[in-house]
Design a protein around this ligand. Sequence first.
Ligand code: CA
Length: 219
Amino acid sequence: MRILLLEDDPSLGSSLQSWLQLDGYAVDWLQRGDQAAAALATHDYQCVLLDRGLPGLDGDAVLAALRQRGALVPVIVITARDTLPDRVQGLDLGADDYLVKPFDLEELSARIRALLRREARQGSTELRHGAVVLDTAAKRVLLDGAPLALTAREFAVLRALMRRPGQILSRAQLEEALYGWGEEVESNTIEVHIYNLRKKLGSGFIATVRNQGYGLAAP
Ligand code: CA
């Protein structure tokens, strides 16, 4: 799951990013509102955390532009402004939820999970391939109906592959699914995750295409 975090306060932004990464999300953190459109056009985010007071373009304008384009990505507004008119205005602009600073990080995690569950009810979050069922909202994988224990990163690699059955994904595309920007990636990271996934799912589940990358083998 990939989250876009728009927050100009360096210490808050940094602690939110670290917290959410521990929660298993890939987090892209930007500090200017006018950087949001390019990021949203490039990546498939499951959630946006949006500070209202941002340089470049304020959070309300970012949100208004997003909804005008018809983007449905869930947005949680985080703000120090907590008067009733502020909250009403934020929700009217198309926010899905609202958190007033300072807030508890556990509460933020719970709100994100609630939003993702709500999304999940509006459409199936189950990806199936052969004997494997992956639930993107519940972060659960079943093999032949039995729960399978995967690390957060193995889950992210498998989800990327199962979202695009029939396609070959390059190592760079799989790394992209794993990490936020600016993180160091060991050169053999993807190979290690693929190796472990094959041990858990059966060696034939993921195919290697020489010089191109990886894809799901025909079930
Ligand atoms: Ca701010």
